[in-house]
Design a protein around this ligand. Structure first.
Ligand SMILES: Nc1ncnc2c1ncn2[C@@H]1O[C@H](COP(=O)(O)OP(=O)(O)O)[C@@H](O)[C@H]1O
Ligand SMILES: Cc1ncc(C[n+]2csc(CCOP(=O)(O)OP(=O)(O)O)c2C)c(N)n1
Ligand SMILES: [Mg+2]
Length: 344
């Protein structure tokens, strides 16, 4: 947050602030008929399915400003919403951004936050078409709603996985969680002693995965190019096991996942060792990976294996076999959702 050069929000007021944050927005998409400036935005989606998703992020629950730069927070807040649209096999098109801010924040802070939101939007061709701004007596609250589109026959739900389907995952898992653990460990350094710098050498990937997640538009495009429509899909925000159980419950099937096939980056493994944590537990339950978890028919095996950044990690079974992890030594462990739960 800004220390020198602070302009109090009160000097602009609500409307001045909104103008300052939104005056440079240019609409990219033909579906965005009218954006910021009236009682509602106007969108046009003839002959498409319209996808709508929303997320609420609370300071102290979802993010800690001691080690999260506001520009990164803006970027991530937008990205996690795009990820939900991609998880429906759609393309994000518009967002609305709602903020509740306390007096701790100055105009420059909110401009930083918006720079991050705008950068994410430019990269994913998304228009900011509205929002709401109010005050908060405690921390910062952020709610972003994203609107997207998909062709009528292309939407992919969580409930379509069938027996013998292959379970696939993009990228690697557990790195964002290790990034969070690392930042929490170094938090004292951020807060207090000014001359001591936290040492993140060799751990950059973990921080990047946590602070700057990238929604997997590329995977959606690769699947479309290969002519593969997944039978079920969702994004991994709460951890692989939790999400797999959602797909299996909603699809009324069971599953088997090979522990040795779960993709994990080298830096994640080194960090887990340093923290004395079980690596598979980190990858299964870490959360905030924002990778895609999906199932494809067995007939798509060869094609899906050729997509860069996608790994087949298991298969779908009859429901009575339940959901289990096949460990390296061949034992079966029941999968449990031990991932992140803000209401616990
Ligand atoms: N307060 C709420 N009121 C109505 N629907 C909700 C509420 N909270 C969550 N949902 C809905 O429940 C479903 C699951 O939500 P959630 O677990 O948050 O999914 P995700 O991890 O994709 O954000 C979604 O369809 C979401 O819209
Ligand atoms: C200070 C802090 N505590 C905890 C976390 C971990 N965390 C925050 S959000 C999240 C997962 C997704 O959040 P949720 O509200 O469940 O989003 P949804 O699944 O609805 O998209 C995790 C693991 C964090 N990033 N920062
Ligand atoms: Mg949610």
């Amino acid at each position: 947050m800004h220390e020198g050069n602070r302009t109090e929000i009160a000097t602009l007021g609500e409307f001045g602030l909104i103008k300052r944050l939104t005056e440079d927005i240019k609409l990219e998409n033909k579906e965005s008929v009218y954006g910021v400036g009236d009682d509602a935005a106007v969108l046009s989606y003839p002959d498409k399915q319209v996808l709508v998703t929303t997320d609420l992020l609370m300071e102290g629950v979802h993010f800690d400003l001691v080690y999260t730069p506001l520009k990164h927070l803006g970027y991530k807040s937008a990205m996690v919403n795009f990820s939900d649209i991609y998880a429906m096999n759609g393309m994000p098109k518009q967002i609305t951004v709602s903020l509740a801010v306390s007096k701790r924040f100055c105009i420059e802070d909110l401009e930083d936050f918006y720079d991050g939101v705008k950068l994410a939007c430019r990269q994913h061709h998304v228009d900011i078409v509205g929002g709401d701004t109010t005050s908060s007596v405690t921390g910062l609250a952020i709610s972003i709603t994203c609107i997207g589109e998909a062709a009528k026959d292309q939407v992919v739900y969580r409930n379509g996985a069938k027996e013998t389907d292959l379970i696939c995952v993009s990228g690697d898992l557990g790195a964002a969680y290790m990034g969070l653990q690392l930042l929490e460990r170094e938090k004292a350094v951020f807060q207090g002693e000014k001359d001591v710098q936290p040492d993140f050498a060799g751990k950059e990937y973990l921080l990047e995965r946590f602070l700057k997640p990238e929604a997997r538009r590329d995977i959606i495009e690769s699947l479309a190019k290969a002519g593969i429509k997944p039978t079920a899909m969702m994004d991994i925000s709460d951890g692989l096991s939790s999400e797999l159980l959602h797909i299996c419950t909603q699809s009324k099937v069971g599953c088997r996942v090979y522990e040795e096939r779960i993709p994990i980056d080298y830096q994640t493994a080194v960090m887990a060792e340093e923290f004395n944590m079980n690596l598979s537990t980190c990858a299964l339950n870490g959360g905030e990976d924002y990778e895609l978890l999906f199932t494809v028919p067995l007939t798509a095996h060869e094609q899906v294996e050729q997509i860069a950044g996608v790994k087949v990690i298991g298969y779908i079974t009859k429901p009575d076999l339940g959901c289990a992890l096949l460990t390296r030594d061949g034992t079966e462990l029941e999968l449990k959702a031990q991932g992140w739960n803000p209401l616990k």
